[in-house]
Design a binder for this molecule. Structure first.
Ligand SMILES: *Cc1c(COP(=O)(O)O)cnc(C)c1O
Length: 502
């Protein structure tokens, strides 16, 4: 299996190289030349396997330059720190499939070390990268630079901590992340990690990191230190491919809990921001997972809902800060991969859309493409009130606690069912533990949280719902602070070099 770019004809590369390079030189994203197939028999055979074994099988379809043993090792190491044996369990919330308010299977993607779904990929990526370095004969150390507004930073730190031949450095806005997010980062252990607060906002952090990536002088200096810069952002193929696995695993769990038979079609609902998670579901469907519709759930930043309904992607719109911050995104980068596949690899067309997005902030897809997307996707946008309402309804009906993002998927599913009367069994993506968004969840459940400290809110949610606090969050109040560095944005380059030299 070889990889090519979404925007121009390049010499096809192996997956190891795609994972190390992240982005193609033409600005495009790496995509597999062909989407591999999985037969129903192969899906059925996953039933008796562990999550790690299922992961190795599905990864093997795409990462053909890795051996089965290597992929097995990556999977074992990646999911070792998940706090349940099933790794990604599926909670069955309903026995009556005609009840429109509930999904069938709530896929819990948040049992990793940071209690959110980015762990599923960021626990795997460092091992894929480490092995890729060997495959391409790279002897330099790679330094992963991350600018974070909160969650991705911790997930990257936890993933790369103590992985050989790698270092990870995270910049976050001083005073600009929640108390829990800050504690999660500054208590991170590992000899190869650094966390630095920047006097400024998230944009300052991100611009600072971008400048460092673009600065040839810094690259030279790092080169002399035997260090190469890299990023772990969500357009890297190595972050996408581990996400395809759980749609197969979730489907198999629905079979095992007698909700469906092998071959039955399901719907999948995904709370969407950068379009990575739902794109993984799309790949699973194209590979042969029996799926009828993918439900793309947005919050009030409804650029994708408008896109799927009208065929116009328009980022020129107000930006809303919501109770689902991980979906507060106006440019869904991974959509580019979908456009590539659904135009049968028409790189000229994709490059034109992306250039229009860059210059005009919008583009309109042609009718043929729009009709193809209509067959696969249904999009719904969900308000803040609806999100809180579904947290309350699901809790009242099932004593199951959704986080805000997961609730957006459930609310969108309910709208879809109301409109279409399609009551096929569903996998709904649960992307974060409710303990990551205690303020909004407690408010939705009718609790008064004004002025209550973040750490106290953990306790409060536990008392209210009886749901155990995830260990990693419960331990924060007593964990040792290991990273207290603060710098000005102009100092970021020297901090990077100092850490690289360590
Ligand atoms: C990142 C994230 C999302 C959005 O996923 P995309 O792959 O960016 O579409 C949804 N929920 C949570 C909790 C997230 O962290």
């Amino acid at each position: 299996m070889k990889y090519t770019s979404t925007r121009s004809k390049i010499k096809p590369i192996n997956s190891a190289e795609a994972i190390l390079r992240g982005l193609s030189d033409d600005g495009g994203l790496f995509v597999p030349e062909k989407i591999p197939k999985v037969t129903l028999d192969e899906i059925g055979a996953l039933q008796t396997l562990s999550y790690e074994q299922r992961a190795a099988k599905i990864l093997g379809k795409f990462l053909t330059d890795y051996t089965d043993d290597e992929l097995g090792e990556c999977s074992e190491l990646a999911y070792n720190f998940f706090d349940v044996p099933a790794r990604i369990p599926v909670a069955i919330l309903i026995q009556d499939p005609k009840n429109p308010i509930a999904p069938v299977g709530e896929m819990e993607l948040f049992h990793g070390p940071t209690s959110a779904f980015k762990d599923v990929a960021l626990q795997m990526l460092p091992h894929l990268m480490r092995m890729a370095l060997k495959k391409v004969g790279e002897t330099k150390e790679i330094l992963i630079l991350v600018a974070t507004s909160g969650d991705t930073g911790k997930a990257a730190l936890a993933g790369f901590a103590d992985v050989p031949q790698t270092k990870v450095m995270v910049f976050y806005p001083d005073g600009g992340v929640s108390k829990i997010q800050r504690l999660q980062m500054v208590t991170q252990r590992g000899d190869n990690v650094n966390v630095t607060a920047v006097r400024g906002n998230f944009d300052d952090c991100q611009n600072g990191v971008k400048k460092i990536f673009g600065d040839a002088k810094i690259r030279d200096e790092l080169d002399k230190l035997g260090v190469k810069l890299s990023s772990a952002n969500s357009i890297n193929w190595g972050r996408l491919v581990p996400q395809i696995v759980y749609y197969f695993a979730g489907y198999v769990e629905l079979i095992k809990s007698n909700q469906i038979k092998l071959g039955d079609k399901i719907n999948i609902s995904v709370p969407t921001g950068n379009f990575g998670n739902i794109l993984a579901a799309y790949y699973a469907m194209r590979m042969g997972l029996p799926v009828r519709k993918l439900i793309c759930a947005s919050n009030m930043n409804d650029v994708l809902t408008e896109f799927f309904r009208t065929g116009v992607y328009n980022r020129n719109r107000p930006f809303h800060k919501t109770i689902t911050p991980s979906m507060d995104i106006l440019i869904s980068s991974n959509l580019e991969r979908l456009l590539y596949h659904e135009t049968n690899g028409d790189i000229k067309q994709v490059a034109r859309y992306m250039s229009e997005l860059n210059t005009l902030g919008k583009y309109k897809i042609d009718r043929k493409l729009k009709e193809r997307l209509d067959k696969i996707f249904h999009a719904e946008a969900v308000t803040e009130d609806e999100t809180r309402d579904y947290i309350k309804r699901i809790y009242d009906s099932f004593k199951y606690v959704l986080d805000t993002h997961s609730a957006v998927a459930v609310a969108a599913l309910s709208k879809y069912r109301g409109k279409t009367k399609d009551f096929a069994p569903v996998l709904s993506a649960g992307t974060a533990s409710p303990y990551k968004f205690t303020n909004a969840v407690l408010t939705a459940l009718g609790q008064q949280v004004d002025g209550v400290d973040d750490l106290k809110q953990l306790h409060m949610l536990n008392v209210t719902t009886n749901l155990p606090v995830p260990k990693n969050l419960g331990a924060l109040s007593t964990a040792e602070i290991l990273h207290g560095d603060v710098c000005d944005k102009d100092e970021m380059p020297e901090r990077v070099i100092k850490f690289a030299a360590k």
